[in-house]
Design a protein around this ligand. Structure first.
Ligand code: 7PJ
Length: 312
């Protein structure tokens, strides 16, 4: 069977008996709130941005009570993990201070943790923010810099043993969309992630706790994003769980003749479905209810039976 025909069964490579064994990459993540089953169905991660300036939901949840309430609603709608972020990383966004980022994310994490045991991820590249978030009840570190921006981050993840998301980005958020350039985007992103996984392992992070992510929109043109999404099997070959974030991103607006973020729901669902079919284990989205429903049908067709509920 050639690689290409594998595309459309790759979604369940993580439940293929061939893939079983001691290491079992892509089956479960061990979080402080129990094992997270990422085999047998596609997991939806709900985005809770506590920022005034994120491109889609910026300002909507700047109030921490409102942010937590929205998080609870996402859990009700089937999110199996929430990603809490206090600094927008949209192109051109300005960095925020450590104190401000802490002030934004900690109350939301504490509030969610008081009344829910759903795994919480913190979207930060700062070790001090990740450390405080883990102390406040968070479970996963989502580092868009792949442990590169803060030299203390790898040791924190290794010491605490929590799952970590390593994402590819070319450049830095302020300038990354100015002139993204690659010889071969798929090979370069795969090689970068392979190197970051090796580096994390050397720092003492268990391989089965490492999730990889090509970083759609982070230093990439429309053509780069499409090439990556078309060839996700090349990233799957690294043997790590795969997370994809496409929700309402600019490339969808470009495909839809400059549709604004508010007009990108259907495109986001199509992209999430395609990512799931091509092997994504986790999709990071704004629209939890709609995505959960779309992916439940996707997974059922893919499996030829009802997917595991994942506790939903
Ligand atoms: C991503 C992210 C993504 C991971 C953002 C947005 C921009 N973290 N944080 N992957 N995107 N791991 O939500 O559009 O794609 S912020």
């Amino acid at each position: 069977m050639d690689c290409r025909s594998l595309d459309f069964i790759d979604v369940n490579s993580n439940i293929d008996p061939i893939d079983s064994g001691d290491h079992q990459p892509g089956r479960v993540l061990a979080t402080r709130h129990g094992l997270m089953d990422i085999a047998g169905h596609t997991v939806v991660m709900g985005i809770v941005n506590v920022t005034p300036d994120s491109f889609y939901d910026g300002g909507k949840r700047f109030d921490s009570a409102r942010a937590a309430a929205d998080g609870f609603q996402m859990i009700e709608a089937g999110a199996e993990v929430l990603d809490i972020g206090g600094e927008s990383t949209r192109p051109g966004a300005q960095p925020v201070s450590l104190d401000e980022e802490l002030r934004r994310v900690l109350p939301v994490i504490r509030e969610l943790r008081k009344r829910s045991s759903v795994p919480i991820s913190v979207d930060t590249y700062k070790e001090a923010v990740a450390r405080a978030a883990l102390d406040a009840g968070a479970d996963i570190v989502n580092d868009i810099s792949s442990l590169r921006f803060d030299p203390a981050m790898a040791a924190l993840v290794a010491r605490t043993g929590v799952p970590v998301i390593l994402m590819h980005m070319q450049g830095v958020p302020q300038t990354m969309q100015r002139e993204p350039r690659y010889q071969n985007v798929v090979d370069e992103v795969r090689d970068f992630l392979a190197e970051r996984v090796r580096s994390a392992s050397l720092a003492g992070i268990a391989r089965e706790q490492i999730i990889i992510d090509p970083g759609i929109g982070f230093g990439k043109t429309l053509a780069h994003n499409l090439a990556l999404l078309k060839d996700l099997h090349s990233l799957k070959s690294l043997g790590q769980p795969l997370l994809i974030g496409v929700s309402r991103k600019a490339f969808i607006g470009k495909i839809l003749n400059s549709a604004a973020p508010e007009q990108r729901l259907e495109g986001s669902l199509a992209a999430a479905v395609m990512a799931a079919l091509r092997g994504a284990n986790i999709v990071r989205v704004h629209d939890v209810s709609e995505t959960v429903r779309a992916l439940r049908v996707t997974d059922a067709i893919q499996l030829g039976r009802l997917p595991d509920s994942g506790g939903r």
